[in-house]
Design a protein around this ligand. Sequence first.
Ligand code: KPL
Length: 301
Amino acid sequence: MEIVVFGAGSLGSLVGGLLAREHDVTLVARGDHANAVRESGLRLEGVGDRPSRVFPAATTDGTGLEAELAVVTVKSFDTAAAAERLATGSFDGTLSLQNGMGNEATLAARLEAPVLAGTATYGAIRREPGVVECTGSGEIVLGARDGGPAAIATRAGEAFAAAGLETTVADDMPRRLWEKLAVNAGINAVTALTATENGAVLEEPANDLARDATREAAAVARACDVSLSNREATAAMESVAEATAANTSSMHQDVLADRRTEVDSINGYVVDRAIELGIEVPTNRTLAALIRTWERGHGVR
Ligand code: KPL
């Protein structure tokens, strides 16, 4: 399959690199990373006994591209800009594999072909330009963004599985996106603010905080008619934290690199929906305020 992976941060590079073992992949990356991939390929670490090297095409442009599938892995605050550039190309379908809520709607507002929703629980770190490490094997779940079947989802699922990615094609993506949001609401800000790895949220005192944030997100999901109990949400959060215990969450990586975080589409999204619905979400409100204060203090907001 011809696949464009739009966004070559940690997860985009890992997914793009794994897909390139089987498919014709073009990575839309930033300058130094794109140059390194063009010169020496993309080195994959932690994906087998020995590091391997794959040779996807790499570009910094992202306009006028054509492929069967576009996989969007940019940060949620860059989704609208990515949609503008993707709209100048041609794809049979676009898959959002991003954190936070609202990305699919932003893409669909600009793109004609179907937009799929996806979640990824792989742990990944981009070690240096041209090198990405898989720090935790996870799963990709993808499907129609409004639920139900979609032919392009089946094709995308087969392509991911053929490249060795653990993949499930699901017909209940709205619920799965809320569950993933509840997982990220519990893990990301807590680990970023305390400079800990994901496993820290399994122990007190962080566990209480993470469970509260996750339960609040689940309450907002239920108010949006999504069936997600507190027990299901906290179990999902703890199972991801356990599977990725040694990993640095994406928000913690952003803070370490002095970058803007995705707090607005994670804890901030929970707060915004809660305000509309008249629900109290004090833990998400506090976590969002602390991360936004950090962003402002570091000039990235
Ligand atoms: O999605 C993640 C993230 O870091 O953003 C998890 C699943 C928490 C893995 O680190």
